[in-house]
Design a binder for this molecule. Structure first.
Ligand SMILES: C[S@@+](CC[C@H](N)C(=O)[O-])C[C@H]1O[C@@H](n2cnc3c(N)ncnc32)[C@H](O)[C@@H]1O
Length: 265
């Protein structure tokens, strides 16, 4: 690997806990059609529980399981899973909580702590495949979700439509560039902001923009309480913490998901 040679890079297996669907994603340095066809036939014969095989190409040195192109070898190229009454489509490179049962609990906690009202406009930032947006949509007037990964945004739109949800808008882009005064003029000033950033937390400029937006209620969902605390310190003068609720999303590890509910001072 150090010489950046070779073919196989990663094997990712994702399962839909509540649908039984299984996706095998082989990440390779290049596309080899004949090899993939052979592997596809082998998997279908030996492991009929595998519902789709995809091949992500990553020729760059970075040790990551997403890449430049994804080929669907057999099956639909996506899997589905259910949270609450909703069914979600999950693309190979889209984020989806790995613990489905506890994700449901997490979203319930976020929904309760957001103290949602039927006329609320909610921003769901770092929305992934739109799971939180769709989960809360029946309880509010409108949800605007923002997500960096374009395929996840496509999933989010498809998920909303498939679940009969019509009051969500999904926007693709980096929050650092997307969350501007023009964006707020277009979509409206939110009553509630829910964020669920990756482990690295939020860019300080995005945190400050939320402070300028001054939503009455702000719910910060985090898989890394350290960066969560760092980010929330920036809003100390503008928001007070109302509740902190950990959710054990990663049992038997020292990781914990943390939900913090804040109110504008
Ligand atoms: C922890 S996941 C949360 C997804 C979703 N809320 C859920 O529960 O399934 C974080 C998401 O933030 C997205 N993301 C990371 N950096 C971003 C950025 N700068 N702008 C917008 N989205 C970003 C990632 O692609 C990922 O989907």
């Amino acid at each position: 690997m150090r010489r950046h040679e070779g073919y196989l890079r990663h094997l990712v297996i994702r399962t839909g806990t509540r649908t039984g669907e299984v996706m095998v994603n082989l990440v390779t340095s290049r596309y080899d059609e004949a090899r993939m066809a052979e592997l596809g036939a082998f998997l279908q014969e030996q492991f009929p529980e595998v519902t789709t095989l995809v091949n992500t190409i990553n020729s760059r040195p970075a040790q990551v399981s997403y890449g430049e192109a994804t080929y669907t070898i057999f099956g639909p190229g996506v899997i589905h899973d259910c949270i609450g009454p909703f069914r979600f489509e999950i693309a190979p490179d889209a984020f989806f909580q790995t613990n489905t049962e506890q994700a449901e609990r997490l979203y319930e906690v976020a929904r309760e702590l957001a103290a949602l009202r039927p006329d609320d406009l909610v921003y769901d930032l770092y929305c992934g495949t739109g799971t939180i947006s769709i989960f809360i949509a029946p309880h509010v007037r409108h949800v605007v979700g923002v997500e960096l990964v374009a395929s996840a945004v496509e999933n989010a739109r498809a998920n909303a439509a498939a679940n009969g949800i019509t009051n969500c808008t999904f926007v693709a882009g980096d929050l650092l560039e997307v969350l501007t005064p023009a964006f707020v003029r277009t979509h409206g000033r939110p009553d509630v902001v829910i964020v669920d950033p990756p482990r690295a937390g939020m860019h300080p400029r995005v945190v400050r923009r939320i402070g300028q937006l001054r939503p009455e209620r702000f719910v910060y969902v985090s898989c890394n309480p350290q960066t969560q605390a760092r980010d929330l310190k920036l809003l100390r003068d503008l928001y007070r913490i109302e509740a902190v609720q950990p959710v054990d999303l990663f049992p038997h590890t020292d990781h914990v998901e943390s939900v913090v509910a804040l109110r504008a001072r």
